[in-house]
Design a binder for this molecule. Structure first.
Ligand code: PGA
Length: 233
């Protein structure tokens, strides 16, 4: 399967014009790339405006429909053409109190609708220092992916201390975590790396550590940088 290079725009950019410009630059820059699948995950409101690259959502609600003010359903995302949904990003866990149980419900709803969840797992700096990484990953997998057909999902290993810090995880350490995750799930599962991924370190994760792609935050807002990353795969 082709590596997935996923742009997580988070709550950016501020205007429709900027979103369209960023999207169009990326689209133009990756049009000849055949070795990778480029996925753009913009804020919800930009989804219907962006056409010509694979789209993903940054979140989705677990109930299929009903009175849930402020939420966006998986059917809406499907209708708009999303193929992927990021679930359980560490920012959702931290700022919106998403638990593994919530992650589990969202993953199941996403799969039921035929979309592909990109499930984020990873340890905090404190957990890493206390040598708890493996236990944290195990717990997130056990609960977050309880009764889930893991052959249908993508997992993103995102050490929280590496996200948005400019302090990416060493390739050797990332590889070790990838192997641990594979052992807990299955050898064939697609695993992405995320956390300060940039053009100058992408090759290490993709070629040396053998990740099946990258989840890119900050660097995905700079079209030149992001296009370079896609071209490396
Ligand atoms: P970053 O974000 O690339 O800015 O570290 C990655 C992510 O949050 O998915």
């Amino acid at each position: 399967m082709k590596p997935l290079i996923v742009a997580n725009w988070k709550m950016n950019p501020v205007t429709i014009k900027e979103a369209e410009e960023l999207f169009n630059s990326v689209k133009q820059g990756v049009k000849d790339v055949e070795n990778a699948e480029t996925v753009i995950c913009p804020p919800f409101i930009y989804l219907p405006l962006l056409k010509g690259l694979t789209l993903g959502a940054q979140d989705s609600y677990w109930e299929e429909k009903g009175a849930y003010t402020g939420e966006v359903s998986i059917a809406m995302l499907k209708e708009i053409g999303c193929k992927y949904v990021i679930i359980g990003h560490s920012e959702r866990r931290k700022y919106f109190n998403e638990t593994d149980e919530i992650v589990n419900r969202k993953v199941k709803t996403t799969l039921k609708a035929g979309l592909i969840p990109i499930v984020c797992i990873g340890e905090t700096e404190e957990e890493r220092e206390m040598d708890k990484t493996e236990g944290v990953l195990e717990e997130e997998i056990k609960q977050g992916l309880d009764k889930v057909d893991v052959s249908k999902i993508v997992v993103a290993y995102e050490p929280i201390w590496a996200i948005g810090t400019g302090n990416p995880c060493d390739v050797e350490e990332a590889l070790r975590m990838k192997e641990i995750i594979q052992k807990m799930l299955s050898k064939d599962i697609r695993i992405l790396y995320g956390g300060s991924a940039k053009a100058n370190n992408a090759e290490g994760y993709l070629k040396q550590a053998g990740f099946n792609g990258l989840l890119v935050g900050g660097a995905s807002l700079d079209p030149k940088e992001f296009i370079k990353i896609v071209n490396i795969s």
